[in-house]
Design a protein around this ligand. Structure first.
Ligand SMILES: Cc1ncc(COP(=O)(O)O)c(C=O)c1O
Length: 312
């Protein structure tokens, strides 16, 4: 991202375009679903079920994966954001979920989501179907394998460019992306540091979640010994008031990256993560010659659900 790097006055900023992974506008869930859908097919499932907030990108990508694999899809969607606008309720990912043929089950805010998922699975079973329940964000050891692969891919791409990656920065939510990246980078002892910018959880909670999933992923990969602990870092300074609530720094980041790099970020994840990266650059948290890679985890469909927030 040369124009953004110049505008900010260094370090050297790069981007990993995981918004270009496919499945109905792309995003980080494609890599997780590659493994999860394979597991579902191996188990003979005919219906994918998953959980998320109303504008969940993970839910939309699961609906897309189901359509592509010829499976049915049930989405359990929590009304997590208070005072949603019309656009939030009907546009963006919700519009795409419907087009992709998913069945949408809305549940009120603070519903225990794992229970709601189990109930949806029971309903599918009662009507003779075979459900495969994917946890929120596709974040278990199977889904996290997608980001182990992404870490290895980045190391290979950097080697092809003769580049040393100093640090990777990305939005972290249900933890699968971060746990997978850390397992991948540390599994091959690359020395690449990972920084997750949280989108709603306090740092300690996020770091604990990442640690737990890292351990599971490490064991699932069959790597020797215990997973290292020194590459787990979350920053909770950039999500603002709450999950899904716009911040002015997010809006500035989305605008700046669009104007300088012609890249579209999203309001809930990549926009807030980028606002963190920009602020850390302005605070000189990185050396001027460091190579920092921002993993674009997708989510642009959410922009259309947040149109009122960007209105002048
Ligand atoms: C666009 C986007 N970026 C980042 C994340 C966070 O990834 P993870 O849930 O693997 O932590 C999500 C999760 O839903 C997302 O939709």
């Amino acid at each position: 991202m040369t124009r953004l790097s110049d505008r900010l006055g260094g370090p050297r900023l790069w981007i990993k375009r995981d918004d270009c992974t496919g499945l109905a506008t792309g995003g980080n869930k494609t890599r997780k679903l590659e493994y999860l859908v394979a597991d579902a097919l191996q188990q003979g499932a005919d219906t994918l079920i998953t959980l998320g907030a109303l504008q969940s990108n993970h839910a939309r990508q699961t609906a897309a994966a189901a359509a592509k694999a010829g499976l049915k899809c049930v989405l359990v969607l929590e009304e997590r954001v208070s005072q949603p606008t019309e656009a939030y309720r009907h546009n963006g990912n919700i519009l795409l979920d419907r087009l992709l043929g998913a069945t949408l089950n809305y549940v009120p805010r603070d519903t225990p989501m794992a229970d709601a998922g189990a109930r949806a699975a029971e309903e599918v079973r009662r009507s003779g179907g075979k459900p495969y329940l994917i946890p929120a964000g596709g974040s278990n050891a199977i889904g996290a394998l997608g980001y182990v692969g992404c870490a290895v891919e980045m190391i290979q791409q950097a080697a092809d460019l003769g580049l040393r990656i100093d640090r990777v920065v990305h939005a972290t939510g249900s933890s699968g992306t971060q746990a997978g990246l850390v397992a991948g980078f540390d599994g091959v002892r690359s020395g690449v540091r990972v920084l997750g910018i949280t989108v709603g959880r306090p740092r300690a909670v996020q770091e604990k979640n990442v640690t737990d999933l890292l351990d599971e992923t490490w064991a699932h990969l069959g790597l020797k010994g215990a997973a290292p602990r020194d590459n787990i870092e979350a920053n909770d300074q950039y999500f603002g008031e709450a999950y899904g609530v716009p911040t002015s720094a997010m809006k500035e980041a989305v605008q700046l990256v669009a104007e300088t790099e012609s890249l579209l970020l999203d309001p809930v994840y990549s926009g807030k993560a980028m606002s963190g990266l920009i602020d850390l650059v302005r605070k000189s948290a990185f050396g001027k010659d460091e190579n920092i890679v921002f993993v674009h985890t997708g989510g642009q469909a959410g922009l259309f659900a947040y149109e009122p927030a960007f209105a002048a």
